[in-house]
Design a protein around this ligand. Structure first.
Ligand code: NAI
Length: 478
């Protein structure tokens, strides 16, 4: 049956399918969930709109949701993160061909413009039968924001003037909503009313959800997948430990050993990044605003200082804060010749790219896609990766399958929870119960040859837990 989609090139599907097949073996959590729930189809009736980097690993997630009964439409949550062969394979599906695609509608390709990015998100939320999705699976909260802002502006009867937007991204977003409002003044209100809930993947998206909860503007329940221990303490940390240096290497081929590398932010992502650079022999310096994380970095053996102190001497700068304006145009102007600058946080506002572009006399030379040399008027230059967007997905292929299996098993469980037990999740932001978090970890032990010790009943009673778990109170921090 013909269906709508937009990807770069369906002839890449075979390559994508081969990589998906290899990834499935490395994603034991998702495969176990398919085995456990495949015949029950708990997601039958679920119409899931997903906005999450369209990679090979995400393809395994999408096909798991389909196997559990869901109808799915998908976009990437970043303009550079799509792997075109993965997107093609998902559209073609396991049983289709490029001439007869039978998979899932995907709207994503590597190197979208901002207009295309929001067009794709709109398409994936706009189902051809006019019904719309009843679940969102989000990464960073853009799909959730589109529905919420759309509904909010419809209620107000007007969209703010795009000319007043504080960023180019938000200007394009407002343009889209203006168009939507003119075409159908109840589009987002109706879509919002059908959505049972959203499951959110990352720190930055979760921050937005808690803000809406505080302000009382959240329209449907949310599960914070990021704060499952088996997500943030694994994907954010061990995933970035793998994919940060992968991105720097593929982009620059500069020897990291012996260089001075600065990591801004020592949260879960920053910890993985610092470890990654140290593993390559870099001398790593951390910047932090939180005394606890600063102390952790110091006790892990890193020098902790301010960016001001090292901006003129360090070789590599990585932002991992989820905060804005961390590296300014002035910082970049003061960096040494061919310093490398990259961001691994969710949004591109950690590095002031607009400020950099506005420096009089500056020029931008494309070395290759997602790698740019910015030459200052005095002749010295810096190398900026992925135009300030997350470099591990822009310059490399993101986190490897095994760690994403942990994150995505949480996602699938969260989708099942919200869809099948809607009454148990009132409007608000929830985390999965600990026994499910432990279950996700358990599903990944065999593949690594881990042998778990079993508690005796006497031991379990002594530490006040059940032999079967959960083994830790909710306040335990790992
Ligand atoms: P986190 O909250 O654990 O860590 C961020 C750290 O940055 C905190 O310790 C905070 O104190 C520090 N920080 C804030 N402002 C700062 C400033 N101006 N200077 C120095 N430090 C500052 O968050 P997490 O989980 O580490 O995530 C960070 C970002 O990475 C988020 O945007 C998240 O969504 C994103 N992320 C990206 C991934 C990727 O694959 N690229 C994977 C997972 C998360």
């Amino acid at each position: 049956m013909a269906f709508d989609f937009k990807v770069a090139d369906l002839s890449l599907a075979e390559f994508g399918r081969n990589e998906i097949r290899l990834a499935e073996h490395e994603m034991p959590g998702l495969m176990a969930v398919r085995k456990e729930f495949g015949s029950q189809k708990p997601l039958r009736g679920a119409r899931i709109m997903g906005s999450l980097h369209m990679t090979v690993q995400t393809a395994v997630l999408i096909e798991t949701l389909v196997e559990l009964g869901a109808e799915v439409r998908w976009v990437s949550c970043n303009i550079f993160s799509t792997q075109d062969h993965a997107a093609a394979a998902v559209v073609v599906g396991p049983d289709g061909t490029p001439d007869d695609p039978r998979g899932v509608p995907v709207f994503a390709w590597k190197g979208e413009t901002l207009e295309e990015y929001w067009w794709c998100t709109d398409q994936a939320l706009t189902w051809p039968d006019g019904e719309g999705p009843n679940m969102i699976l989000d990464d960073g909260g853009d799909a959730t924001m589109l529905v919420h802002k759309g509904a909010q502006y419809e209620k107000a009867g007007a969209v703010p003037d795009p000319a007043t937007a504080e960023s180019e991204e938000f200007r394009v977003f407002l343009e889209l909503l203006r168009k939507n409002l003119a075409e159908n003044p109840r589009k987002w209100t109706e879509i919002a009313s059908r959505i049972k809930g959203v499951t959110e993947e990352t720190t930055t998206g979760v921050l937005r959800l808690y803000e809406m909860q505080r302000e009382g503007t959240l329209l449907f329940p949310a599960i914070n997948v990021n704060d499952s221990v088996t997500k943030s303490k694994f994907d954010n940390k061990y995933g970035c430990r793998h994919s940060l240096v992968d991105g720097i290497n593929r982009a620059t081929d500069v020897l990291i050993g012996g260089k001075v590398a600065v990591v801004a932010g020592y949260g879960d992502v920053g910890k993985g990044c610092a470890d990654s650079l140290r593993g390559q022999g870099a001398r790593v310096i951390v910047t932090e605003i939180d005394p606890i994380c600063a102390l952790q970095a110091a006790m892990d053996g890193y020098q902790v200082t301010t960016l001001e102190d090292v901006v003129e001497t360090a070789d590599i700068f990585i932002t991992a804060t989820g905060n804005r304006d961390v590296i300014t145009a002035d910082h970049m102007a003061r960096m040494k010749h061919q310093a490398i600058v990259g961001n691994i946080g969710h949004f591109d506002n950690e590095i002031d790219m607009a400020g950099l572009a506005a420096i009089p006399g500056i020029s931008k030379i494309e070395i290759k896609p997602q790698v740019h040399e910015w030459r200052f008027p005095d002749g010295h230059s810096i190398i900026v990766l992925s135009e300030g967007r997350l470099l591990n997905l822009g310059n490399a292929t993101g986190h490897p399958s095994f760690v994403m299996s942990n994150s995505f098993t949480n996602q699938v469980i969260a989708q099942i929870e919200l869809f099948t037990k809607t009454d148990q999740y009132p409007i608000g932001v929830h985390v999965l119960p600990k026994h499910l978090d432990e279950k996700v970890a358990r599903l990944h032990l065999d593949a690594l040859g881990v042998k778990l010790t079993t508690l005796t009943k006497k031991q379990a009673d002594y530490i006040g837990v059940d032999v079967e778990g959960p083994y830790k109170p909710d306040h335990y921090r790992y």
